[in-house]
Design a binder for this molecule. Structure first.
Ligand code: SAM
Length: 360
């Protein structure tokens, strides 16, 4: 067998891989700059008020022209904006606006979510420490911006998929909601799914539980602003310790894989369902084997896992399943251990989400 020395590797093959890494580096920098544009409302300004030179954008936004000039040129280099040399103006192309500027729209990506430098920068050295010493980065260290980023990133699923596309694919759950169900959303974050369900199904009463107080505070404000306080309630609660009553429908949206105690969570949900109740579990789409979790989406999800989902769970001494750690077979195993009689995969195709209906 030949030893694998550098002399066995062609310079061409090395250069091909180097180009790939440079492309990834460019992507990371594009997202860094996009996060700046997102947070400062620059994409939204360009979408609403049209093309601008850097002085025009400075006077429209009150921001410093020199910074804007650099940002506009950088976003043009990345292909997010286009530049017209004749006028010196920069344009957000119409087909880019839904992704970058239409908050909670079907195609909105909420670029700040993926920006490691702003969301994860402060916790990066702590994460390196966890590689060395174990443990993890606790949720509190991410601050409220992370909860906001998750809420903005998952908003399109709630606003555009949950009611028109997902629920019709699970007739038993839909029938309960139409009839007027008691509903609990576990790990409700800032409450978007709770409010969407309450608005779509006026006969239901819906409660959201989350262990993270700042998110629950925002959710309560949203429910009041939507005039739903009579049918919607939010509570700070570690659901592993149990729920205070039984429900016809319980939901989780991307909660089980980053829970510290996924078994405890599933057991509490099982024990709080009415005998003919249904549990809708929305989880990240993933394959069983690492060799099948490859490509851009899996890369993003493994990054999010290291930076947030897995490490937050490990910080609590938890299971640390990871963002891609709950494929169908694992959920089925946990569900059977915690008393569920059936796990049914909902027949929808979604690159991000896989949906299951569990029966107690
Ligand atoms: C990834 S976030 C998802 C938030 C929201 N469902 C969404 O889709 O935007 C997971 C949420 O689950 C909450 N969570 C995790 N373990 C929990 C537990 N044992 N009890 C209550 N909430 C929990 C976290 O605080 C966090 O807000």
């Amino acid at each position: 067998m030949r030893p694998e020395t550098n002399s066995d590797v062609s310079a061409e093959a090395v250069e091909t891989f180097m180009e790939k890494v440079l492309g990834d580096y460019a992507g990371a920098n594009a997202f860094f700059m996009a996060a700046i544009g997102d947070r400062l409302g620059l994409f939204k300004d360009l979408a609403a008020r049209g093309p601008a030179t850097s002085p025009e954008l400075a006077s429209r936004t009150g921001l410093h022209e020199r910074y804007l000039r650099e940002w506009l040129a950088g976003m043009t280099a990345a292909g997010y904006l286009s530049y017209q040399p004749a006028t010196g103006r920069y344009t957000l192309p119409a087909e880019h606006a839904p992704v970058l500027a239409e908050e909670a729209g079907r195609f909105f990506l909420g670029c700040a979510f993926f920006d490691y430098s702003t969301n994860y920068g402060p916790t990066f050295h702590r994460l390196l420490g966890a590689f060395r010493d174990g443990g993890g980065v606790p949720q509190d260290l991410f601050g409220t911006e992370m909860a906001e980023a998750i809420d903005r990133f998952t908003a399109p699923w709630c606003e555009h998929l949950l009611v028109p596309e997902w629920l019709p694919a699970m007739p038993d759950v839909l029938a309960k909601l139409h009839a007027g169900a008691t509903v609990a959303d576990v790990g409700c974050g800032r409450g978007r799914a709770v409010i969407t369900l309450a608005q779509a199904f006026p006969a239901c009463s819906v409660v959201g539980y989350d262990v993270y107080q700042p998110a629950v505070g925002v959710a309560q404000g949203r429910a009041a602003a939507a005039g739903l306080s009579d049918r919607v309630r939010f509570e700070v609660r570690d659901v592993v310790e149990g729920l205070p009553q039984r429900y016809d429908v319980i939901t989780t949206f991307d909660v089980v894989h980053d829970a510290a105690d996924p078994r405890g969570l599933l057991r509490a949900i099982h024990d709080s369902l009415e005998p003919d109740g249904r549990y809708l579990c929305v989880e990240i789409t993933c394959a069983e084997r690492p060799e099948d979790n490859v490509g851009p989406l899996s890369t993003i999800m493994y990054g999010l896992s290291l930076a947030y989902c897995m490490t937050v769970s490990l910080a609590d001494g938890g299971a640390g399943l990871g963002t891609l750690g709950l494929p169908e077979a694992k959920l089925t195993e946990l569900a059977s251990e915690t008393g569920f009689s059936q796990v049914r995969r909902v027949p929808i195709e979604d690159p991000f989400n896989t949906l299951y209906v569990l029966t107690p």
